[in-house]
Ligand binder design. Structure first.
Ligand code: SAH
Length: 217
């Protein structure tokens, strides 16, 4: 596969995507820079690679999707707006694309995915593009990843009906949680900040994520 930027993955194709994200209101230059450089075509099936720089979600198998670049940018921007993050928890690794975009801007990422083949493929692809600060495990992320808590930032890329309490418990004081919350077809993207007075919630946008699935233990 072409990972070096000719044809469909050319600089011009990627520049067009960045232009579009700017038009849609993404302002954080670090986020735009990361999206320009992370090869999204590596995170989709070869048959879909020619569409990798369109601003759209694409299927990644097992009924799941790689998030739309605009949503990845919006969530990353919201997560980073409070300053540098050392430790981040991601729930729903999926393709690993959101993980890769974040990886260059934070110290360590702990990411959990409940579908084993997706977890393995994401791990392989992240290694291939040189992300060394990403740690992935197979599990139900509704429970977070306790061993490494607390986290300065938590990003959830599948939608529960309500914020899972374990995630709030694992969020450090001053930490930021970005999470879609709602029903199966539409959710509100929330930014929850952990303050002295408890969690404070802000609504960012209406979104459409796959559901956060709870595995019975
Ligand atoms: N950010 C990913 C989005 C993948 S879609 C990307 O851009 O590729 C959401 C992912 O969340 C799916 O892979 C799904 O299997 C996973 N998921 C759903 N419920 C989960 C849970 N309880 N714990 C961990 N992962 C979960």
């Amino acid at each position: 596969m072409d990972v070096h930027g000719i044809g469909m993955t050319s600089r011009r194709t990627r520049d067009r995507l960045i232009q579009r994200l700017r038009e849609e209101g993404i302002r954080d230059e670090r986020v735009l820079e990361a999206i320009l450089h992370v090869p999204r075509h590596v995170f989709v099936d070869e048959a879909l690679a020619s569409r990798a720089y369109e601003d759209t979600a694409l299927p990644i198998g097992h009924g799941q999707t790689i998030s739309q670049p605009y949503i990845v940018a919006l969530m990353t921007q919201a997560l980073l707006a409070g300053g540098r993050l050392k430790k981040v928890l991601e729930v729903g690794t999926g393709s690993g694309y959101q993980t890769a975009v974040l990886a260059g801007m934070v110290d360590e990422i702990y990411s959990v995915e409940r579908i084993e083949p997706l977890m393995k493929l994401a791990r392989k692809r992240l290694r291939e593009i040189g992300c060394r600060n990403v740690h992935i495990k197979l599990s139900d992320g509704s429970w977070g990843w306790k061993e490494h808590a607390p986290y300065d930032g938590i990003i959830v890329t599948a939608a529960p009906a309500a914020v899972p309490p374990a995630l709030l418990e694992q969020l450090a004081p001053g930490g930021r949680l970005v999470i879609p919350v709602g029903g199966p077809t539409m959710q509100e993207l929330l930014l929850v900040q952990q303050t002295d007075k408890g969690p404070v919630q802000e609504r960012l946008e209406l979104v459409n994520f796959v559901p956060l699935v709870r595995d019975s233990l």
